[in-house]
Design a protein around this ligand. Sequence first.
Ligand code: ADP
Length: 219
Amino acid sequence: MRIVLVGPPGAGKGTQAHVLAKTLSIPHISTGDLFRANISQGTPLGLEAKAYMDAGRLVPDEVTIGMAKDRMLQPDAENGFLLDGFPRNLGQAKALDEILAEQGIVLDGVLDLEVPEDEVVKRIAGRRLCRNDGSHVFHVVYNPPKVDDVCDECGGELYQRSDDTEEAVRVRLEEYHSKTEPIIGYYADQGLLVTISALGKVGEVTERAIGALEQKKTA
Ligand code: ADP
């Protein structure tokens, strides 16, 4: 399956993507994780992305599209992938269409995770990520690790993202409304959109997501 996940920051895209990718046996491709890996390795791409990310702004398309394309063309993504955080504006959505057309492949669905804004703010404030793997995501109240600041999955150290500050979150939400939300209509027009509520426990949302994607497949 080839799926795109959309939703505001804090909707739980990373958390759901991690579980969904495992369940569907497809790689989880997160542009946010790719940027964070570049930052921690000190690459030129990471250096360029960091200032935008810390401010809550989108990294420019020239940088983002090439990075996403390279990852999508890796052998493990040949039979499917779950895109998380890409595309994030109409230019990227059109670039993705071109990449897919070049490969002679199509998307199976676009899963939109809906969540009210006050919930987003609460989720982001308590979010903790694993240094070893950014898709190991915890929350101090909603999904606490068994041992404080230690990842249940791999024992890695948990940390708070530098763009999870109140100011950066406000900018990220503005960026989401002005730049990312238009792609929801774009995909609805293509008959690809599946919208679910992202409220409730992680497992409940996963079940809802799998149910909705299966319905889409048979529709
Ligand atoms: P969230 O969905 O919680 O905002 P992500 O990890 O997906 O978190 O993204 C974090 C930051 O990485 C974004 O605020 C942005 O600066 C950058 N980023 C990630 N994906 C993209 C993209 N497709 N285009 C531009 N910037 C991106």
